[in-house]
Design a protein. Structure first.
Lengths: 298, 327
């Protein structure tokens, strides 16, 4: 199996030496492979149940399915600040000032019942201030980290991209969350700001390819805390690997949709798992590990 | 002579420093720092587990390696009232930086802001305080909130404030991770000139370590962005002092040597080396003091020397009482 990797890239190279785009025929074959495998996996799902794979639960599903157990999505400070921040980045790139752009994002979200509105509504002043501070910081990081003016034209992606390979509400939904498209439409370079995970890059590229019938040529992940920029050229091999991940992840999460428990696979991810407190296997595994702080044995 | 702390436009001037020309970015600095830090660890690599180093690790490793290990090994102690006050003030500072007024009950504002950010710990810590401790903190936080409100001006639209700005730098293929979070980053470098200002907000007074911590943040920012920051420093809320210093090449070199020294120590311990002991005046506050013969000996020696010196002083005073010599 191909090990997916991001290679370091300089911003000025992001739109240079573009790889060939995956052909329509190859994309058709990839889609057919995916659909065939997912059909087999999803037999016996409870009515109405849909296995959802996104960047948040993909890695969990591949390492310890129980850690990817479905939790209801509720907008919070992190998700809301990113959404508002991205809207503000787009407004700033069109000439608005950052403080005004953040305020406009908040107003627009509330007026248009955007999904962030449920978090914003009824906020009193100190809570709104905290939300604005987070969103401003997100936008300021994105504005100071990415040289937007050298990557024109930029098309911001303000909503998630959903793709149901088996049909709408037919058991599987794949959700991509890119932040922007860079360069000319024919080049389709995708940009995402976040943790540099090659599996996420390939997964998002696959979802975009399936949804638009046109594969992006390159996927870029920028991670401001490290100042790192990583690239993955999207070819059939990368998309094949993404399909293998999706099939494995769906297979790992399907038991939940049949009313069965998800199996646990304790390991290093236990330390950061949301479910670790109630997970007997995870607790046992952690108790057996040498105690470390900052990586040093204590 | 006392001078009033900066306020309003004076604060913005101290951040912008229109009197100082921004220096050119030397693009060789970041790779040089990285090389120096990585070579400090070289001797003991590879490690079987990555080590994570923050400003506390650096400080403790340089003070005494045994102290670092002892500190890591002890049970996590509940944060002190001063730490809770610092966390509350950080919340209010964030509120102020994005132009929101601070209300009449700043503690409630700060706790509500923490709740909304999914930081439930701050409220739990607050609730665990005795009523008298709460009262004392409420009073000092309210005082600091008033000072913040009266002194900090709205930031200009081009300030690009990044609150709680995180840096995470991997060295030696991820075997060493340097991490830090500065309270506020402002501005940005241009293609040619430095331009970022990093400010850590303090709810207390000056400490000897503050300047070293500023150097640590300068190193992280240089490695992160490839450009050194323009200025780094601290804002002391109680006194209102904004202690910013433009970053020079010499500052970066000094900070690099300090961090490299700490990395060498931490990595040697991670590779199985015995932590070295460096007894000093702070030994009695070390969690390992009771079992540390070197530390106890150091303190005994110090006490004896102090006793002798005081004895000499007594004799001098006796001599003085005899009055000036006629010679």
């Amino acid at each position: 199996m191909t090990e997916l990797q991001l290679r370091p890239i300089a911003w000025e190279e992001v739109l240079q030496e573009m790889p060939e785009q995956v052909s329509t025929n190859d994309l058709r074959r990839l889609r057919s492979d995916l659909v065939e495998q997912l059909r087999e996996l999803t037999v016996g799902l409870l009515p109405g149940h849909e296995v959802q794979i996104n960047r948040r639960n993909l890695r969990h599903a591949l390492t310890c399915p129980a850690s990817a157990a479905e939790t209801p999505f509720e907008p919070n400070a992190v998700t809301t600040s990113r959404a508002l921040g991205l809207m503000a980045v787009e407004a700033v790139s069109q000439g608005e000032s950052l403080p005004s752009a953040i305020q406009s994002s908040v107003d627009w979200s509330l007026e248009n019942a955007h999904w962030t509105a449920s978090f914003l509504v009824e906020q009193d002043e100190p809570v709104r201030a905290a939300t604005v501070a987070y969103a401003t910081s997100w936008a300021a990081r994105a504005l100071t980290f990415v040289p937007w003016s050298t990557l024109q034209p930029v098309s911001f992606q303000q909503s998630t991209i959903w793709q149901s390979p088996l049909g709408y509400k037919k058991g599987v939904a794949l959700v991509a969350r890119p932040d922007a498209y860079l360069g000319r439409t024919t080049e389709r370079v995708v940009l995402s700001l976040g943790w540099p995970d090659a599996k996420v890059a390939a997964f998002d590229a696959l979802v975009i390819a399936l949804q638009s019938n046109s594969a992006p040529r390159r996927y870029i992940i920028g991670y401001p805390p490290a100042g790192s920029v990583g690239a993955m050229d999207i070819d059939s091999t990368a998309l094949d690997a993404a399909i293998a991940d999706v099939v494995e992840a769906v297979g790992a999460l399907v038991p939940e949709g049949r009313g069965e428990p998800l199996f646990t696979s304790p390991g290093r991810s236990c330390w950061n798992c949301d479910h670790r407190i109630g997970c007997a296997d995870g607790v046992r595994w952690m108790e057996l590990q040498p105690k470390r702080r900052g990586g040093l044995l204590v | 002579m006392t001078t009033s702390p900066p306020a309003g436009a004076e604060i913005l001037d101290l951040i912008r420093r229109p009197d100082i020309e921004r220096s050119d970015i030397d693009h060789s600095i970041a790779p040089t720092i990285r090389r120096e830090l990585e070579s400090a660890a070289d001797e003991h690599l590879p490690l079987d587990h990555p080590v994570r180093i923050n400003k506390e690790t650096v400080r403790r490793a340089l003070r005494c390696e045994a102290h670092l290990v002892a500190h890591l090994g002890r049970d996590v102690e509940p944060p002190t009232a001063a730490m809770i006050r610092g966390a509350l003030v950080d919340r209010l500072f964030a509120q102020r930086m994005v132009g929101f007024p601070i209300g009449a009950d700043p503690v409630s504002d700060a706790l509500a802001a923490a709740d909304a950010s999914d930081d439930r710990r701050l409220r739990a810590l607050w609730d665990d305080l005795e009523p008298s401790e709460q009262e004392e903190l409420r009073s000092s936080v309210t005082d600091m909130a008033e000072k913040l409100s009266s002194r900090w001006p709205p930031l200009p639209p081009g300030a690009y404030p990044r609150l709680q700005n995180t840096a995470r730098i991997e060295l030696c293929d991820g075997q060493i991770i340097l991490s830090g979070r500065v309270d506020l980053a402002l501005g940005r470098p241009s293609a040619e000139k430095v331009g970022t200002t990093l400010i850590d907000v303090k709810a207390g007074t000056h400490r000897l370590d503050d300047r070293d911590d500023a150097g640590w943040y300068a190193i992280l920012e240089t490695l992160r962005s490839g450009a050194p920051p323009f200025q780094v420093g601290n804002y002391y809320v109680p006194s209102g002092e904004l202690d910013l210093k433009p970053v020079t090449v010499e500052d970066l070199q000094r900070a690099t040597r300090r961090v490299a020294d700490a990395i060498a120590r931490v990595v040697r311990i991670a590779a199985g080396g015995t932590p070295r002991r460096s007894p000093g005046p702070l030994c009695p506050w070390c969690p390992a003091y009771e079992a540390c013969e070197e530390g106890q000996q150091h303190i005994r020696d110090r006490d004896e020397a102090t006793g002798e010196w005081l004895g000499d002083l007594d004799e001098d005073e006796w001599d003085d009482e005899e009055g000036p010599s006629d010679d």
